[in-house]
Design a protein around this ligand. Structure first.
Ligand code: ZN
Length: 193
């Protein structure tokens, strides 16, 4: 049987990103308009320059030099300070954002890159759990996702065998989804430890 392929959204946590707040703290928009921005944990860096509200980024990926221009603007905040924002350079985007993520050689906002947060992936594991609970109720099974094998073999009185078989197979499908999503989530969390 062919394996089914599920499209997984890329995750924010897996991407290099630049943050206008951290850049401001490090003087990128002020005293240090030219320099190198580093991600020591990824052994990565890029060159930047900031002039007339425009941030120019230069970096190399697989030996190829890329450069990208990101416009910025500011909004006033307390005590006469200003908050700096990136204007997402995505095609027809221009959203004012604090963070841009590097995917496919481009820094864009998370909407443009269709990035997802790990927490949303967590929620996804709840969907099969909820569906499992519904079936447990219907079949008068113990709740909590731990249904012993023998219970899966005897339909309750008055239930058609076919209906029962269908519910059991649905249940086992959700069970598999839950386990595989849980497994991949645990792997991801472990890789961050
Ligand atoms: Zn965007």
């Amino acid at each position: 049987m062919a394996e089914s392929v599920r499209t997984v959204k890329r995750q924010v946590e897996d991407c290099l990103s630049i943050d206008s707040r951290t850049m401001r703290k490090n003087g990128v928009f002020g005293d240090h308009p030219i320099g190198t921005w580093e991600w020591p944990e990824y052994e990565s860096r890029l060159n930047y320059s900031f002039l007339d509200s425009t941030l120019t980024l230069q970096f190399s990926i697989n030996g190829q030099t890329e450069s990208q221009i990101v416009n910025t603007n500011t909004t006033p905040c307390n005590y006469g300070h200003h908050r700096h924002w990136f204007l997402c350079p995505g095609h027809e985007c221009g959203k004012r954002v604090a963070k841009l993520y590097l995917v496919d050689n481009k820094f864009l906002c998370r909407h443009c890159h269709k990035l997802n947060y790990l927490i949303q992936q967590c929620r996804k594991t709840l969907v099969p759990v909820v569906n499992m609970s519904r079936i447990e109720l219907k079949l008068n099974w113990p709740s909590g996702g731990l249904v012993p094998q023998h219970k899966r073999l005897c339909p309750p009185p008055h239930m058609h065998k076919k209906t029962f078989a269908l519910l059991v197979s649905k249940y086992e499908e959700y069970e598999q989804q839950r386990d595989s999503w849980r497994g991949s989530l645990i792997d991801k969390l472990k890789s961050r430890l």
